[in-house]
Every structure is written in structure tokens, then in C-alpha cells.
Design a protein around this ligand. Structure first.
Ligand SMILES: C[S@@+](CC[C@H](N)C(=O)[O-])C[C@H]1O[C@@H](n2cnc3c(N)ncnc32)[C@H](O)[C@@H]1O
Length: 405
């Protein structure tokens, strides 16, 4: 079994709109392609993330609905799947150049830094100054902007640059002029400008690659799909959070702070507590108090034994982690119970999920999904091993599929 990075976010990084922002747990458009059939269908992605599914569907001219709980991602999917005309893109290029030349003149009014704790760990001082100035330029443009579309695209470019020049940058190539501080600073400034202009061009060019249809993007909770989705669906392609302690807030928080979706550390924990599988901040301490409810979940004997082994493991967080896993599957149970009320008979569903381990105890995530599907009305359920995940030999990604009958 191979790693198949072509099925991960890596494949999409250079592919136009798909690559606008990186999200490590995102899948690639090839995963959607794999399960989408040619006939016209009502497609739903209840855990839309960065919107790979709705974007792909929109390029094929299909009707798609995307549900996502994170307000920043909801905004981002809308921007990523919108239709732009040439005037908008021309203006984006012009405003981008104007901001860069005003940065050279020192005539931009920098905004205050966002309230991220230990901000200096994220950005070196020169990068922070650049970002504050560029954001100041965008805010100034906002005052007289006639088009929200240009603003939205500028914010996407801003999100790209803020990660590229952060200390958390992926594949960051640092240029070192250690013994000449002035030259170092000068060079960093021009590197930031070059990268920002490159981002503007990347986003501008792909903004012109318009989809055929515009998907419906809804901010909502997949545990209660029925309260957000009225039409009946006949295909679901999705990747829910995995029960592996990975918090989306962790990766998204720099964007969310800079764009005003978060302004207190506590809010990040609150948002993550609402998301399935969240463990950030306050979400972790709440897990200690949480109690499982057999009435609102699926607890076969083997699963209960797994929970007991996690709880009893010698690790001091064992009890909390057992609650984490139990709560995760109660949420997934609720999700499927609600999902079936918005499906046509004969609808196909495909869930891309990863398994995980807790203190050496393997959690058979794919098996639990398959059984939950069967109990909520799906037939012809199947587990396909899609790829190997990382160096831990027991970790895989699966697609669990079924037909609603
Ligand atoms: C694995 S990611 C999806 C990635 C997506 N396939 C992509 O290509 O970008 C799972 C998503 O589910 C979202 N999510 C978590 N809990 C949710 C809930 N209760 N309702 C809706 N979305 C939720 C997370 O915010 C995250 O964006």
C-alpha cells in the first residue's frame, strides 16, 4: 500500500483555485473525481473544509451543497467557488500593485497586530511590519471599494502571504545575510513584495478560471444536516474530521485572527468544542467533564472494550481520550441519523476517514463507520483502503461507502 500523495492536499497546491490555501487534512480533487459519476446529481459535502468537493462539482456543472461549521472556511469556500469577471481581476492586480508601491513609499497606515499570543513566534519583526502594512492598505481600499469581490480576493492573497512569510512556513527558504543586517532587511522586504505580487498573480489567473455552476454553501452543523439542507441529495462525497486529536483551529488560527474571525484565545476553544473531534483550549478541559450516553450513540461491546483500554492505559490523559473517542462517535452517530433524512432512496455515500491509535490501542474507525451506516439504513457498505498515512505502520486512510435504501 502506497502513500498516494496525489490524493492529498499536496496534489492540488499548484492547481489554480484548488491550491489557494493549504489545509493539511484536505483531500485532492482526484478523490472527488473518483466517486463522482457523470450523470447529473445533487451532491452534498457535509464537512466541506476548503471546498474541494463543491469546487470540483461546480467545474463539472453539477449542483452541489456544502456544509461547514467553521465561519472562516465558509467564507473561503464562497470566495473560492464564485464567478469573477475580468474587471474584478484587473482591479485585483491594480490594487495589489498599488499596495506594494505604497509600501515602498512608506505611505501605508499599518493596522494593529492581531491578538495572537506570542506573535513574535509566528513572524519575524520585518514580516509582521509588512503584513500590518499590507492589511492597512487593504483596509484603506475597503473604505471606498465598490466591489466586495476584489476585497475577498485580496484577503485570499493576504492569507497566502501571511503563511508564506511566517516561521511556520512550509518549505520556507531562508536567505541568510547574517553579517549585514541592513542588507538582510532590504532583501527580506523585496522577498515579501515579490511573494505577495506572485500570490496576486496566482489568485488573479485562477479567479478567471470560472466554474460552470455556483454551489450552495451553508454554515452549519453536520450533526443536524436536516436543519440546514432542504433538497434531497443523491450523492455524498466527504471527509469528516478524523478522531486523531487534530484540531482545525490549530492550522486555521493565523488566518482567523488576522481576518477578525477570532479575537480571544478562549473563542478558539469554544469554536473547536462545537466542531467534531476538536480538542483545542477549553475543548480539552470540557472533555474531562463529558459523559457518554449510550442512548445517543453506538456502543457495541468491542468498542466499549476499546474505550475501557484507552481509559485504563497508564497515560494520565487516558480517561479524557476515552471521552474524546466516545464523544466523536456519538457525533458521527447523530450525523448519520440526520443525514438519512435528506437522502433520496438509492443515494450513494463515500466517507474518507483515517484510523488512529491511542497509547498503542488501535481504533478501527472504518469498521465503526461501516456499522453505523448499516444501522442507519445503508446497504452494500464497503471499506476501501485508499492509502497509507505516515510512518506509523498501522495508520491508513479508507473510504467507507454505502447505498441508502
Ligand atoms: C477533513 S476536513 C474536510 C476537508 C475537505 N475534504 C477539503 O478537501 O478541504 C473536515 C472539516 O469538517 C469540519 N467540521 C467539523 N465539525 C463539523 C460539524 N459539526 N459540522 C460541519 N462541519 C464540521 C471541519 O471544520 C473541517 O473543515
Amino acid at each position: 500500500m502506497k502513500r498516494r500523495t496525489d490524493l492529498t492536499f499536496k496534489h492540488d497546491l499548484t492547481r489554480g483555485r484548488y491550491g489557494w490555501l493549504r489545509l493539511t487534512p484536505a483531500y485532492s480533487l482526484k478523490m472527488v473525481q473518483r466517486y463522482l459519476s457523470a450523470s447529473q446529481q445533487q451532491l452534498l459535502d457535509p464537512f466541506a473544509g476548503t471546498g474541494t468537493t463543491p469546487l470540483y462539482a461546480a467545474y463539472q456543472g453539477l449542483e452541489a451543497t456544502a456544509l461547514e461549521i467553521n465561519p472562516f472556511l465558509v467564507w473561503f469556500i464562497k470566495v473560492k467557488t464564485a464567478i469573477y469577471d475580468e474587471h474584478v481581476v484587473d482591479e485585483l492586480r491594480a490594487v495589489g500593485k498599488m499596495i506594494v508601491s505604497r509600501f515602498d513609499d512608506n505611505s501605508l497606515q499599518p493596522v494593529a497586530p492581531p491578538p495572537i499570543s506570542n506573535i513574535e513566534r509566528w513572524w519575524p519583526e520585518s514580516a509582521l511590519r509588512f503584513l500590518r502594512s499590507v492589511k492597512g492598505g487593504i483596509e484603506e481600499y475597503r473604505q471606498e471599494a465598490t466591489s466586495n469581490e476584489v476585497l475577498d480576493l485580496l484577503y485570499v492573497c493576504f492569507c497566502r502571504i501571511l503563511i508564506e512569510i511566517s516561521n511556520a512556513a512550509f518549505n520556507h527558504q531562508s536567505i541568510s545575510f547574517a553579517d549585514d543586517r541592513q542588507l538582510h532587511l532590504f532583501d527580506e522586504r523585496s522577498r515579501y513584495k515579490t511573494l505577495f505580487l506572485r500570490d496576486i498573480e496566482f489568485v488573479a489567473a485562477s479567479a478567471l478560471e470560472n466554474p460552470v455552476t455556483v454551489p450552495r454553501i451553508i454554515q452549519g452543523d453536520a450533526r443536524n444536516v436536516a436543519s440546514h439542507v432542504q433538497a434531497k441529495m443523491d450523492l455524498v462525497i466527504t471527509s469528516p474530521p478524523y478522531p486523531n486529536r487534530m484540531s482545525y483551529i490549530r492550522e486555521l488560527r493565523p488566518y482567523m485572527y488576522w481576518l477578525g474571525y477570532l479575537d480571544k484565545a478562549r473563542e478558539a476553544g469554544e469554536l473547536d468544542w462545537q466542531a467534531i473531534g476538536g480538542t483545542w483550549g477549553i475543548a480539552t478541559s470540557r472533555l474531562s467533564e463529558w459523559t457518554q450516553s449510550k442512548a445517543s450513540g453506538y456502543y457495541p461491546e468491542y468498542f466499549q472494550e476499546i474505550l475501557d483500554r484507552i481509559r485504563d492505559s497508564s497515560n494520565k490523559h487516558g480517561a479524557k481520550m476515552a471521552n474524546y473517542v466516545a464523544r466523536y462517535f456519538e457525533d458521527i452517530w447523530q450525523h448519520f441519523n440526520s443525514l438519512v433524512t435528506v437522502l433520496h432512496t438509492g443515494a450513494s455515500v463515500h466517507y474518507v476517514v483515517g484510523n488512529s491509535t491511542f497509547y498503542g490501542v488501535l481504533l478501527p474507525v472504518e469498521r465503526l463507520y461501516k456499522e453505523i451506516m448499516e444501522l442507519t439504513g445503508f446497504s452494500a457498505t464497503a471499506i476501501e483502503v485508499v492509502r497509507k498515512r505516515n510512518s506509523k505502520k498501522e495508520l491508513y486512510e479508507f473510504t467507507v461507502s454505502g447505498k441508502y435504501l
